[in-house]
Design a protein around this ligand. Structure first.
Ligand code: ROI
Length: 163
């Protein structure tokens, strides 16, 4: 069996139900405790009004930089099981959620599968992704979308606040 090299990936974390701050901290620990994954950097936690339906609580968001030897699909499955262990139930599209873990970037790969699109298509429009990402990797160039600095300067804060 060949040994996979470690790549850098970025994960967006969001929660707006049942103690979101502790949900996020616990998710970061759960990711770091997987033997093929190591958390390199975690942004500050941010609060933001919901994008989408407004009849739900504000979100807490953060972005993680990890090093991993897992494939993109293996990473997706690990994140989905962490979501499920934190009580994630998929209900309404764009509705409230206990824990959302999105692969934002996986190395410099572009992935187009039915269950996984990378870079995450929401990146350019989402202040709650762009600003925390900019906090930890200000010089990042994103495949398809270009310089993170340019994306941030074109994206209003939309109520995003560092906790
Ligand atoms: N809105 C905010 N502010 N933060 C999120 O993490 C978030 N996640 C979502 C939708 C429903 C799009 N809205 C969000 O999935």
């Amino acid at each position: 069996m060949s040994i996979s090299p470690a790549i850098t990936a970025y994960i967006g974390i969001g929660s707006n139900l049942i103690d979101p701050v502790n949900k996020i901290k616990s998710a970061v620990q759960a990711i770091d405790s997987i033997d093929t994954m190591q958390v390199l950097q975690c942004s500050s936690l941010y609060s933001s009004p919901p994008m989408g339906p407004q009849d739900q609580p504000d979100y807490i968001n953060a972005v993680l930089e990890i090093s991993t030897t897992a494939s993109a699909l293996k990473l997706l499955h690990c994140l989905q099981s962490i979501e499920n262990n934190h009580g994630r139930v998929r209900k309404q599209r764009w509705g409230a959620r206990t824990l959302d873990l999105d692969i934002l970037l996986y190395a410099d790969e572009s992935i187009n599968l039915s269950n996984l699109i990378v870079p995450h298509i929401g990146i350019p429009d989402r202040a709650f992704v762009l600003y925390p990402l900019y906090e930890i990797v200000p010089r990042l160039i994103i495949p398809q979308f270009g310089s993170l600095e340019t994306l941030v300067s074109a994206c209003p804060l939309a109520g995003l606040k560092k906790l």
